[in-house]
Design a protein around this ligand. Structure first.
Ligand SMILES: Nc1ncnc2c1ncn2[C@@H]1O[C@H](COP(=O)(O)OP(=O)(O)OP(=O)(O)O)[C@@H](O)[C@H]1O
Ligand SMILES: [Mg+2]
Length: 251
């Protein structure tokens, strides 16, 4: 089982679009895949046409007092399951804080699935919190969508610094450029620069493409309704880069 998080402190950078499209691609290859919608906004659940709700609220489940299994739902796609969001996830930090190892709760909750799923995707809310620390501990790889702007690069540096300060393994950080608009001079300048900071960026980039926005209308991954689009092909390239890292660099 490999746990892949889509994470950024920043909101609206393409985390959910990435998790949804990559999880779909993984499942399409026949790998049993779970996507856990950790965001109380419930966007990933919405894209897969699943009600963002955990019956009775999420506290007991997140504190390990209920089997996660019974909340998992099948999607319309073979090999792809989803653990829905719930509005009570907004209190996740508080729920975790009341457990023995507050930063390792997510890792512990996922352990029983190690023989059941080949990939687990964690679609994270935008923040840096105890929940994020749980994600850092549980994930084998952390995909960080980064819009090519100066502020977004600073945010990536903040994540990098946090990892170093907390003796976390920075090798699991997989930043990549997201929503790239090559009509914009700033985007071109940032994407094309050879700064040291960019050496860790994946080769694949996700362009700004209206097909991604249309996922909300189709309520489906882009590869399902627009397989020949530049967006679908870019997500396929991103998935290949991610797998390559998982095989060659990440334990
Ligand atoms: N490559 C893209 N091209 C065009 N629009 C995009 C692209 N990626 C995402 N979007 C759109 O931008 C918005 C934000 O994307 P998304 O929900 O994936 O970001 P997010 O980082 O998960 O946001 P949040 O922090 O709110 O969870 C959505 O409306 C989505 O359709
Ligand atoms: Mg999101």
């Amino acid at each position: 089982m490999k746990v892949i998080a889509t994470y950024n402190i920043k909101g609206g950078v393409g985390k959910t679009a990435t998790a949804v499209n990559l999880a779909w691609l993984a499942a399409r290859e026949g790998a049993p895949t779970l996507i856990w919608d950790l965001d109380p906004q419930g966007a990933a659940s919405y894209y897969f046409r699943i009600k963002p709700s955990i019956k009775g609220g999420s506290r007991k489940m997140l504190q390990g007092k209920r089997d996660l299994d019974k909340y998992i739902r099948g999607t319309d796609y073979e090999w792809l399951d989803l653990l829905p969001a719930d509005f009570s996830y907004r209190n996740m930090d508080i729920f975790f804080d009341h457990t023995k190892k507050p930063a390792e709760q997510l890792k512990k909750l996922l352990r029983p699935f190690r023989n059941e799923y080949y990939y687990v995707f964690l679609d994270c809310p935008p923040s840096i919190s105890l929940t994020s620390e749980n994600v850092f501990a549980a994930a084998d790889a952390m995909l960080i969508p980064t819009i090519p702007t100066t502020l977004s690069l600073r945010t990536y540096q903040q994540v990098l610094r946090f990892f170093k300060q907390h003796q976390l393994d920075t090798v699991k950080l997989l930043p990549f450029f997201s929503m790239v608009d090559r009509r914009k001079q700033l985007h071109r300048d940032i994407v094309d620069q050879t700064d040291d900071l960019l050496k860790d960026f994946l080769t694949a980039q996700i362009p700004y493409n209206s097909e991604v926005e249309r996922m909300g209308i189709h309520r489906a991954p882009v590869g399902d309704f627009a397989p020949a689009s530049i967006a679908a092909r870019s997500y396929a390239a991103l998935w290949n880069d991610t797998k390559e890292k998982l095989i060659n660099y990440l334990p």
